[in-house]
Ligand binder design. Structure first.
Ligand code: IPE
Ligand code: IPE
Ligand code: MG
Length: 258
């Protein structure tokens, strides 16, 4: 924690929680054992982010493409989600964490949907941190859904195509409710985005770690944030530049400055 400057925290941290299967395989266990331990890492990371004061944490829990995995693994993941939505209720409420979800949630089995809805409703007024679960989520799918909605509104005469800009997209992308991603972490050693927050990661800083997700915890989060804080974000400007009279630390600030 000493490594982290709490006055310059990323406002939105997003994590691709990868490596559960390999964690289990390395121990001669079924992949589902890795997912179970992964849930412990979620709890530890969520606590650490909340304690630091990170306003928004988005976790990639299940991709739209993950539906192609073996049915037994999908069932185990859904069961685990259902269990966590019950077991973590007090943790969220006691720590004033608002739960949100993004993705094609209607594809989840109803038992998961109903627990998710109930906990989102119960925590909707909490403002200590927003924890967003990306479930049945795909970045391209999210953009397609927004494009479809813009097309509908244009067809109905509610908007003029010429008026469509980045902000129109921001408003229609559920992942943008907590703003663009400042820090995107991927565990498990792969260096790819795997259809995560494509729009919101436009100017995110990426931190890749070989640590497998079940091994991730508070110290891993602190290291990732320290790496983020050691970077210079330029948003297309020249090194050390000031945007019309002020150094910028976020895209919003940049937009206000120009
Ligand atoms: C991430 O771990 C969890 C999900 C995608 C649901 P993986 O299950 O992808 O683990 P590896 O990458 O196979 O080790
Ligand atoms: C990304 O991990 C999805 C989640 C962490 C939920 P994957 O394991 O599905 O990604 P690929 O297949 O390595 O790209
Ligand atoms: Mg994986």
């Amino acid at each position: 924690m000493g490594l982290v400057d709490v006055s310059r925290l990323p406002q939105h941290v997003a994590i691709i929680m990868d490596g559960n299967g390999r964690w289990a395989q390395a121990r001669g266990k079924p992949r589902t054992a890795g997912h179970e331990r992964g849930a412990d890492a979620v709890r530890a990371t969520m606590r650490a982010a909340r304690r630091l004061g990170v306003p928004a944490l988005t976790l990639y829990a299940f991709s739209e493409q993950n539906w192609e995995r073996p049915q037994v693994e999908i069932n185990a993941l859904v069961d685990l989600l259902c269990e966590c939505l019950i077991s973590e209720r007090d943790e969220l409420v006691d720590n004033e964490i608002r739960l949100a979800a993004i993705g094609r949630l209607h594809k989840l089995p109803t038992r998961a949907q109903s627990k998710l809805d109930a906990l989102m409703r119960e925590t909707e007024s909490l403002d200590g941190m927003t924890l967003t679960l990306a479930l049945s989520y795909g970045g391209r799918e999210e953009i397609v859904d927004a494009a479809r909605e813009l097309a509908r509104r244009t067809r109905d005469g509610a908007i003029d195509p010429e008026d469509i800009d980045e902000r129109s997209m921001d408003a229609l992308l559920p992942s943008m409710n907590v703003g663009p991603v400042d820090l995107l972490v991927r565990t498990g050693g792969e260096q790819r985005i795997s259809n995560f927050l494509l729009w919101g990661s436009a100017y995110a800083e990426f931190v890749f770690t070989d640590e497998l997700w079940p091994d991730f915890g508070a110290n891993s989060l602190y290291s990732a944030i320290a790496a983020y804080q050691a970077r210079e974000r330029r948003f297309g400007l020249v090194p050390g530049a000031e945007a019309h009279g002020g150094a910028v630390s976020s895209r919003d600030e940049l937009e206000r400055a120009i």
